[in-house]
Design a protein around this ligand. Structure first.
Ligand SMILES: [Zn+2]
Length: 273
């Protein structure tokens, strides 16, 4: 119980820290939450970056309001990873590669970060448009090079993270073509051709200028996950690296590429000791 309580306080403390600093100060609490050897590495990351704790006896994630979620469904119920219904542990099934080196991901036909447990994210950000919208704030993105109003969530201080990301991008006028005419941030919707809720439904995801972007569904004119695709991208990797520094994964590192798409997934970016 003491351990669970201390993890709660650490999570709350980290949320405030993120809110004030709005950048990847994660390491400061990671050391503290990593004392228990029973906690799987993946779960340490969730505990470090989200307001959740872990009950190592029941193997449940525990949210601040007491809601419990199993990190994994029983093996007998599931033999493969289902993109429509991944478990919490399944979200980590493919390692997200930082920086320049991601050709191996495309060769392996993998999509690191594209497996998302929606119960988890709905619990964090809201499970209805109304619940998400009460936490949305409007800010001006890239005020120097291409000012545009965007709506993002203030959950976990993500609005501050967006402000710091925006300031970092603003010192790169060479990226203006990609950063102007932002494709979208908040929009509660399903992913076209699926029953899956889009990560744009939560206010922690941004699409850059679609004019310079590629999306596998547009290229194959299909929603067929099994179709062989030809990867295409025009987004500069140096731009991607700035987003990654702030905890965003990029859809250009997926076989099912979506090169305009960045979403805040610090659990896949930052290491936990
Ligand atoms: Zn997107």
């Amino acid at each position: 119980m003491r351990q669970v309580l201390s993890l709660v306080f650490l999570s709350i403390g980290f949320m405030f820290l993120q809110g004030f600093l709005g950048k990847q100060s994660a390491k400061q609490n990671i050391v503290a939450v990593s004392n228990s050897s029973e906690i799987p590495q993946e779960i340490k990351r969730l505990v470090a970056f989200y307001p959740v704790t872990f009950d190592s006896i029941s193997q449940d994630l525990v949210f601040l309001d007491g809601t419990r979620m199993p990190i994994k469904v029983k093996k007998s119920l599931k033999s493969h990873i289902d993109i429509d219904n991944p478990s919490i542990m399944d979200m980590f099934c493919q390692a997200y590669p930082l920086g320049d080196s991601f050709q191996h991901v495309l060769q392996a036909k993998s999509d690191p970060g594209r497996y998302r447990n929606m119960d988890f994210f709905m619990k964090i950000y809201g499970n209805t448009p109304q619940a998400v919208e009460k936490n949305l704030v409007t800010l001006v993105f890239c005020p120097k090079i291409s000012p545009q109003k965007i709506q993002v969530t203030r959950v976990m201080g993500i609005d501050s993270i967006f402000r710091n990301l925006s300031a970092a991008l603003d010192s790169h006028p060479e990226f203006k073509p990609y950063l102007q005419n932002i494709g979208g941030t908040y929009n509660w919707r399903k992913i076209k051709g699926t029953n899956r809720i889009s990560m744009h439904s939560f206010g922690m995801t941004i699409d850059l200028n679609i004019k310079h972007s590629h999306y596998w569904q547009w290229d194959c004119n299909c929603h067929d996950e099994t179709k062989t695709l030809t990867y295409r991208n025009k987004i500069p990797i140096e731009l991607v690296k700035i987003f990654e520094r702030f905890g965003f994964i990029w859809g250009g590192k997926w076989t099912h590429y979506d090169t305009m798409h960045f979403e805040y997934r610090p659990e896949l970016i930052f290491e936990v000791d």
